[in-house]
Ligand binder design. Structure first.
Ligand SMILES: Nc1ncnc2c1ncn2[C@@H]1O[C@H](COP(=O)(O)OP(=O)(O)OP(=O)(O)O)[C@@H](O)[C@H]1O
Length: 897
């Protein structure tokens, strides 16, 4: 526990830490306040979306407490109002990356967490980290370009788990991809939020190639300068190796009415303004075009420019994107011709006439009319007739009736919307043809996908029409998908698996959805029915809606019989719909005369985009599905696609209505957080078990953590084994649970298990590497040793042999020398001796023979030869006898001979 002196010291050093400790130790334990404490201040204004605001205590020694709130406003709190302030949990002081870690788990806590992060340009916040039922990321629109989307950032987030790095849209993208590969399951990313909240930007950050399509489908609205006026589901296909193979775009309900009408300060579709700014003078001359202010369709909103948007530059971007998407020059020109024709048609002026007491009208002959006819390649007279009269077939007879000015304007607008709508569909198809690769027929070719859903946000304008009903219906569907995934399925599973679980309440929009489109006699089906009914009008439709739904709590009937609007309590608030024009918009059929006109056209392109209508007979056309039923069907298909994917949710939040950076409108944010069910989401995420594995999956994945555990298919008691592993790694008392077929874990358990698994696998890998490397190195070594020995042996043999020869020669020479030397010495000694002996002998003989000789001499000269020989022999024998031990005898004998 910190003492006051410690605080002072700490305050000097680290104010943030000081505040943190003060809050923990003092406020919570003693309920006293000191300057620097963080508190929640409840202003009690009674506003629907007002929540307590964060504040820091400035002074508190004068009886009153002075606080400075998050907005920079000072407040004095008197002791009577002491209840208006409450201590703030430390986690709310500096904020947390994952909102389930918030100590103050209430709207104020969530809002402040987003606010302080937003001020630090941390626009992304997790909500529940990595979960089984899909990660949720909250993204607050920064309305400025932040340096967080660089290539380096992409690299940083690649191959990282959610929670490992700070929250980011890239983490969602990367985890979508990782999950797709690991679980071999399609993924989807549902990006939701109000108009202008940043859905399209988020989508573009995941996918960059949307530039072309967004020019035809986006426009400036009061909420968003680049509002998508259509919904899209982009499915990116990956091959077995995880490489992008292609993609497909599904579009939903383009807001066609925008082509003819825009609210104040809003624009028509960007493409018109881009075209007028970006085309060359020559091209514009060929199409008879001028500047944006010359066209009625482009000036209804009294706004032809859009701040921060360079239409000229955008036009060249669009052209290059279209080139990439394989639009030919001819096709581009044909598109421009139709767009120009639309603008010219918008400038037509009508004059009221009366023929046979019938309201009629005439189109002024003007250059716009002629140019429109030229561009559409139709006969001028046919065009005029088509725009001012209607052919009716009664009792087999064809009758032409004139149209009043209002009717004629409606016909013209319907034609123009028909052209633009079909053109848009054609462009989407063309893009799909360029980016879509049909799946290979090979059985082995598995293809996985990641879908990105960027659908129009919830809308509530001053006047809402049929389009808003469809848009809000789509949003109800998405909210139900979210609710189902995050709350219903989750809690159902806990019950089914017998998990010890405290039910969490949530707002379910199923009732509203049932009323709009699911239950019999729902609003959409009633509108549809009335649209097909020949005498049906907007009023009869409203009456039917009233009588059918007036008792439904989600339906708000008109206050009196003159009122033409009804309300629906949507999950995001009440929206009142103006019913005038509902049926016409829903029918969305073009009159036979117009189809006939298109059929007569020489312009192949317009014929192509109207192909299906021309091919249909008049009767089939009448029975063709209405807009709402088409929309409902495509939404059902979308929901079916989403339901088989593992979802990720990106909840985009719009911080202010002024499209300004660093401006955080608390009430606006609370409203968005509240209706998106963020509060309950965090609560369920915190209490729940986001990670779950079947026993088989768990044993197979984590048996590596317990030596000796066999694979799941060899286990007799899977549940027991699973429990043993979990107890050993996570501890017996931690908050994980065993269900009937699955084990339920918290996020941190999964993290721990994964880390341990990584470690164990790394150890095993190192062991295998060690053994393999040892084996490899040993065998290499042995081989090298053997080779070295062979080389050594051969070399040594060779060397020794070579040495031996030389040595032998040397030795022989030495021997010879030695021997010769020895013999020489012996010989010399012997010779000396012999010489000595000879000398002696001779001396002796001389001495001995001298008397004999003289006797001989005396006896005569006739001494026989025999006698001489005897004398010699006697001399030799004597020598022999003396030297018979020496080997040199013979030599000596020889030498003496
Ligand atoms: N991450 C971001 N970084 C910078 N600016 C952003 C970001 N997200 C949104 N914005 C800004 O907010 C504007 C509106 O965003 P965006 O068009 O994505 O809204 P939206 O939710 O798709 O709206 P709508 O439903 O009307 O199409 C963008 O034009 C851009 O200026």
């Amino acid at each position: 526990m910190y003492k006051r002196r410690d605080y002072v010291e700490l305050y000097e050093k680290d104010q943030a830490k000081w505040a943190l400790l003060r809050n923990v130790n003092t406020v919570f334990k003693h309920n006293t306040l000191l300057p620097g404490d963080y508190v929640w201040l409840d202003l009690k204004t009674g506003h629907e979306f007002e929540v307590p605001i964060g504040a820091v205590v400035k002074l508190c020694d004068s009886g009153q407490i002075q606080v400075l709130d998050d907005e920079g406003n000072e407040h004095w709190i008197s002791p009577q109002n002491a209840n208006n302030i409450k201590p703030m949990h430390p986690t709310s002081i500096h904020g947390v990356e994952d909102m389930i870690r918030l100590g103050d788990l209430n709207e104020a806590g969530i809002l402040r967490n987003l606010l302080i992060r937003y001020r630090e340009h941390l626009i992304y916040t997790n909500c529940g980290g990595r979960t089984y039922t899909g990660s949720i990321l909250v993204a607050v629109n920064p309305y400025q370009l932040l340096p967080i989307y660089t290539a380096d950032q992409i690299r940083l987030y690649t191959n990282k788990k959610i929670g490992e790095m700070p929250p980011h849209i890239f983490a969602i993208a990367d985890n979508c991809y990782f999950n797709m590969q690991r679980n071999n399951k399609d993924q989807c990313c549902i990006i939701s939020g109000e108009s202008g909240a940043g859905k399209t930007e988020s989508t573009k950050l995941i996918l960059q190639f949307l530039a072309a399509i967004s020019a035809f489908g986006n426009a400036k609205t009061i909420r968003n300068d680049n509002s998508s006026r259509f919904g899209k589901y982009i499915d990116i296909h990956f091959n077995k190796r995880g490489a992008i193979e292609g993609a497909k775009i599904e579009q939903y309900l383009l807001e066609k009415s925008r082509v003819c009408r825009q609210a104040r300060d809003e624009r028509n579709y960007h493409i018109f303004y881009c075209m007028l700014k970006g085309m060359t003078v020559d091209q514009k001359k060929k199409l008879g075009l001028g500047k944006a202010t010359d066209y009625t369709y482009l000036t209804i909103g009294h706004c032809t420019v859009c701040d921060g948007r360079d239409d000229q530059k955008e036009y060249s971007n669009i052209r290059s994107a279209m080139k990439v998407l394989m639009f030919t020059d001819k096709e581009n020109w044909e598109i421009s011709k139709l767009l120009a024709a639309i603008l010219h048609m918008g400038n037509l002026s009508y004059e009221a006439r009366t023929y046979d007491n019938l309201d009629a009208c005439e189109v002024h002959r003007c250059p716009d009319l002629t140019t429109a006819a030229v561009l559409l390649e139709v006969d001028l007279k046919d065009l005029m007739n088509c725009l001012t009269s209607r052919t009716i077939i009664t009792r087999g007879e064809t009758v032409s009736t004139p149209l009043s000015v209002e009717q004629a304007l409606d016909v013209r607008d319907a034609f123009v919307k028909g052209i633009y709508g079909r053109l848009f569909v054609w462009i989407v198809e063309k893009i799909n043809a360029a980016i879509y690769k049909p799946p290979s027929l090979e059985l082995k070719a598995v293809r996985r996908s990641i879908g990105l859903l960027d659908i129009f946000g919830f809308e509530n304008f001053t006047i809402n029409s049929f389009e808003q009903l469809c848009i809000n219906f789509a949003n109800e569907n998405l909210q139900q998908f979210f609710v189902r995934h995050v709350f219903k399925l989750e809690q159902e599973e806990y019950n089914l698996e017998n998990i010890n679980w405290q039910h969490i309440e949530f707002t379910d929009n199923q009732d509203a959805l049932d009323m709009i489109a699911i239950k019999p006699m729902n609003i959409i089906s009633l509108i549809d029915e009335e649209s097909k009914f020949p005498k049906g009008t907007d009023t009869t439709m409203l009456n039917k809606l009233n009588s059918q739904h007036k008792l439904n709590t989600n339906y708000i009937p008109p206050k009196n019989t003159y009122e033409t609007q009804f309300g629906i309590q949507h999950f995001a608030g009440i929206v009142y719909y103006e019913t005038r024009g509902f049926l016409e918009k829903n029918r969305d059929t073009l009159h036979g005369d117009i189809i006939q006109l298109v059929h007569s056209s020489k312009n192949k392109f317009i014929k192509q985009i109207f192909q299906a209508d021309v091919a249909m007979g008049a009767e089939t056309r009448k029975r063709s599905p209405t807009l709402s039923s088409q929309f409902k069907r495509s939404l059902e298909l979308l929901m079916r696609t989403l339901s088989v994917c593992q979802p990720f949710f990106v909840r985009c939040i719009k911080p202010n209505e002024y499209k300004k950076p660093m401006l955080f409108d608390r009430e606006l944010c609370v409203r968005q957080l509240r209706y998106s069910g963020m509060m309950e989401t965090i609560r369920i995420r915190r209490a729940g078990y986001p990670i779950r594995y079947t026993f088989v999956e768990f044993v197979d994945r984590y048996r590596v953590l317990m030596p000796g555990v066999k694979p799941a298919y060899k286990q007799g008691d899977l549940r027991g084994t699973c429990q043993r592993i979990a107890e050993a790694v996570l501890g017996r008392d931690d908050d994980w649970q065993m269900g009937k077929t699955k084990i339920f874990l918290k996020d941190h358990h999964d993290m721990l298990l994964e880390i341990e698994r990584d470690k164990a696998i790394t150890d095993k890998v190192i062991l295998i590497q060690k053994v393999v490397r040892g084996f490899k190195d040993r065998s290499n070594f042995l081989k090298m040793k053997k080779s070295a020995m062979l080389i050594q042996k051969t070399w040594r043999g060779y060397y020794c042999r070579k040495n031996y020869g030389a040595m032998r020669g040397g030795f022989s020479r030495l021997q010879a020398l030695y021997r010769s030397r020895k013999l020489f010495v012996t010989y010399h000694v012997a010779r000396q001796r012999i010489k000595l002996f000879q000398g002696r002998c001779r001396g002796f003989l001389d001495h001995f023979w001298a008397p004999l000789k003289s006797k001989e001499n005396r006896t005569g000269e006739k001494k026989s030869k025999l006698q001489q020989e005897q004398i010699n022999r006697c001399s030799v024998q004597t020598s022999f006898m003396i030297f018979s031990r020496g080997s040199v005898v013979s030599m000596m004998v020889g030498s003496t001979m």
